[in-house]
Design a protein. Structure first.
Ligand SMILES: N[C@@H](CCC(=O)N[C@@H](CS)C(=O)NCC(=O)O)C(=O)O
Length: 312
C-alpha cells in the first residue's frame, strides 16, 4: 500500500485533528512539514490550488479538508471507529456546525491574548488569502464580547452532552472512544488552550471539560516519519489514482455526470477554485480528476459539506 502522507504544520489545529485521529487508530504515516504561509508550490501542484492545510496524500489520491481526510482514514483503518455507536450522521453534522460557528470567535479570543505577537505578514496573508477579515488585535477587539458569548454557548452544550454521556458510562460524546464530533470540538479548543494563558478557560466557560480535553490530548499522533515535499511529489508521480470503490458510480445525486468538467470551491474561506473532471460523487464526497505537469494524474477528494461543485 502507498504511504499515508500528511502535509501539515505543527500550529495548525485542523492538522492536529488529523494527527490525533492517526494516533487514535495507531497508524504509521509520513509527515511533510509545510510553511505556515504560502507559497507552497509543491503542495499546490498536488492540490490544483486548494490552499488550506492539512492535506492528506495517499499515492496519487489527494484528500482536501479534514471532512474528507477523516473518512479516508476510517476506510483505511476502521478500528477504533470515529463513529462509535453508529453516530456518523449526527456527529458529522454537529462537527461541521461547531467548526463553522466557533472558528472566528476562537481566533478572536486568541488574538486578545497573543495578538501583539502576530507578524504583520501573517495578518496580511490571513486577510487576503484566507479569512477575508483583519485579525489584528485592534480590528478584532470590538467583537470580543460577542465572540465570548458564542464560545460560552457552545461550551455550554458540549458540557451538557458530556455530562449526559458520562451518566451513561461513556468517556466521550458517543461512547468509549472519541467521535468526529469530539475531535472537532477538541481541535479548536487545542488552538485556544495551547496558545492562551490559563485564564482563558474561565473567560470562555470551559470548566468541567478538562478531563475530556486531557484524554484526547493524551492520544498522541501515531508513528510519524519525515518526508520532504519533493519525495511526496515523486510518490504522486509514481502512483496511479485508486479506483473509487466507496462512492456510487452513476454520478452526483444532484445530476452531475462522471466526465463533466467541474469547479470545486470552498464556500467559506480561501475560496480558490479547483477545476477537474468529475469521477464520482455522493452527498458526502466528490472526487475529481486533474492532470498536473509535475505530479501526473491525480484524484482530488473533497467533502460536499462546505464546498460548491459547479459545472463549467
Ligand atoms: N474546513 C477545513 C479548514 C482548514 C483550515 O482552515 N486550516 C487552516 C490551518 S488550521 C488554514 O488552512 N489556514 C491557512 C493556511 O494555513 O494557509 C478543514 O477541515 O480542513
Amino acid at each position: 500500500m502507498s504511504d499515508i502522507i500528511l502535509h501539515h504544520y505543527g500550529l495548525s489545529p485542523f492538522s492536529e485533528k488529523v494527527r490525533t485521529t492517526l494516533g487514535l487508530k495507531g497508524m504509521s504515516w509520513r509527515s511533510v512539514d509545510v510553511a505556515p504561509l504560502p507559497p507552497r508550490p509543491l503542495l499546490a501542484a498536488l492540490t490544483g490550488g486548494y490552499r488550506r492545510i492539512p492535506v492528506l496524500q495517499i499515492g496519487a489520491d489527494i484528500h482536501c479538508d479534514t471532512n474528507a481526510i477523516l473518512p479516508a482514514l476510517e476506510r483505511l483503518q476502521p478500528e477504533p471507529s470515529i463513529y462509535p455507536g453508529g453516530c456518523e450522521g449526527l456527529a458529522r453534522g454537529a462537527a461541521f456546525g461547531w467548526e463553522r460557528s466557533v472558528w472566528i470567535p476562537t481566533i478572536g479570543v486568541l488574538v486578545h491574548f497573543i495578538g501583539d505577537a502576530l507578524p504583520p505578514e501573517f495578518i496580511k496573508d490571513r486577510k487576503e488569502g484566507y479569512l477575508g477579515i483583519d485579525i489584528s488585535k485592534p480590528a478584532m477587539a470590538p467583537d470580543l464580547p460577542h465572540h465570548l458569548q458564542v464560545l460560552r454557548a457552545h461550551y455550554g452544550w458540549l458540557r451538557q452532552a458530556l455530562t449526559a454521556a458520562k451518566a451513561r458510562g461513556h468517556a466521550f460524546l458517543f461512547g468509549q472512544s472519541p467521535s468526529v464530533l469530539d475531535l472537532a470540538c477538541w481541535q479548536t479548543t487545542f488552538l485556544m488552550r495551547k496558545n492562551a494563558p490559563p485564564e482563558v478557560d474561565a473567560l470562555v466557560g470551559f470548566h468541567g471539560l478538562e478531563a475530556w480535553y486531557a484524554s484526547i490530548a493524551a492520544i498522541g499522533h501515531g508513528h510519524a516519519s519525515a518526508m520532504t515535499p519533493e519525495e511526496a511529489l515523486a510518490a504522486a508521480a509514481a502512483a496511479r489514482p485508486a479506483a473509487v470503490a466507496h462512492l456510487r458510480p452513476d454520478g452526483d445525486p444532484g445530476g452531475l455526470q462522471p466526465g463533466a468538467s467541474v469547479v470545486v470551491t470552498p464556500d467559506d474561506n480561501a475560496r480558490v477554485p479547483v477545476t477537474g473532471t468529475l469521477v464520482a460523487a455522493s452527498d458526502a464526497e466528490v472526487v475529481i480528476h486533474r492532470h498536473d505537469p509535475q505530479a501526473g494524474d491525480l484524484h482530488l477528494h473533497f467533502p460536499r459539506l462546505g464546498f460548491d461543485v459547479m459545472p463549467i
